[in-house]
Design a protein around this ligand. Structure first.
Ligand code: SF4
Length: 177
C-alpha cells in the first residue's frame, strides 16, 4: 500500500498547534504506518517537495516569505488544511493589524530593544502591511480551528483523510479552545 505523503509547516504562529499534533502520543505510531512525513519542522527536509497529499499549515501570513511558501505549498499539495486559529483567522499575529507597520517596527526594534537599536535591513523577510489568514491568499480545503486544536481533533482529521473521507470537523474543535 502506498503511504500518504504528509507535510506540516508553520508560518506566523507559536508552534503550539504542532505541540498538539505531537500530543496524539502513541497513536502517532498507528498513523506512521500509513504516512510518509515528507516535510515538517519535525524532519530534516529543506525544500517543500512535490506531490504532497495532505499539507497541515499552522500560522498566519505576515511576511513575504510566508506568502511565497504558502503559494508553493498550495501548488504542490492535493489537500491544504488550515491548522489552528492563526491559520484560520490570523488570530494572535493579527494583533499588530491595529497599528501602522512603521509604528510596530519602531516599537519592537528601537523603543523597547535594549541594544542595537535599529530597524533590520537584511536577513529579515519584509513584513506585509497586514497579517492575514491562509484563505486570504490561497484556496483552503479544510479548516481546523482551536488555539491549539485538540490533539483528538487532529487525529480524527488525519484518520478520516487517510481513510479517504472528508471529515466533518464542526463538533471536534472550536475557536480559542
Ligand atoms: S492557533 Fe494558537 S497554538 Fe496555534 S500557532 Fe496560533 S497561537 Fe499558537
Amino acid at each position: 500500500m502506498n503511504k500518504a505523503r504528509i507535510a506540516t509547516t508553520w508560518l506566523d504562529g507559536c508552534s503550539g498547534c504542532h505541540m498538539s499534533l505531537l500530543d496524539i502520543d502513541e497513536r502517532l505510531v498507528e498513523l506512521a504506518e500509513q504516512i510518509e512525513l515528507v516535510y515538517s519542522p519535525l524532519v530534516d527536509t529543506l525544500d517543500f517537495p512535490e506531490a504532497v497529499d495532505i499539507a497541515l499549515v499552522e500560522g498566519a501570513v505576515g511576511n513575504e516569505d510566508d506568502l511565497k511558501k504558502l503559494q508553493l505549498i498550495r501548488k504542490q499539495s492535493r489537500l491544504l488544511v488550515a491548522l489552528g486559529d492563526c491559520a484560520v483567522t490570523a488570530n494572535v499575529p493579527a494583533m499588530r493589524n491595529a497599528f501602522k507597520l512603521e509604528e510596530v517596527l519602531r516599537h519592537v526594534y528601537t523603543a523597547t530593544a535594549s541594544s542595537q537599536l535599529q530597524l533590520p535591513k537584511e536577513e529579515v523577510p519584509p513584513l506585509r502591511d497586514r497579517v492575514r489568514p491562509l484563505h486570504a491568499y490561497v484556496e483552503v480545503d479544510l479548516f481546523l480551528p482551536g488555539c491549539p486544536p485538540p490533539s483528538e481533533a487532529i487525529f480524527f482529521l488525519l484518520s478520516e483523510l487517510l481513510a479517504g473521507r472528508i471529515p466533518d470537523l464542526s463538533a471536534k474543535s472550536r475557536f480559542g479552545a
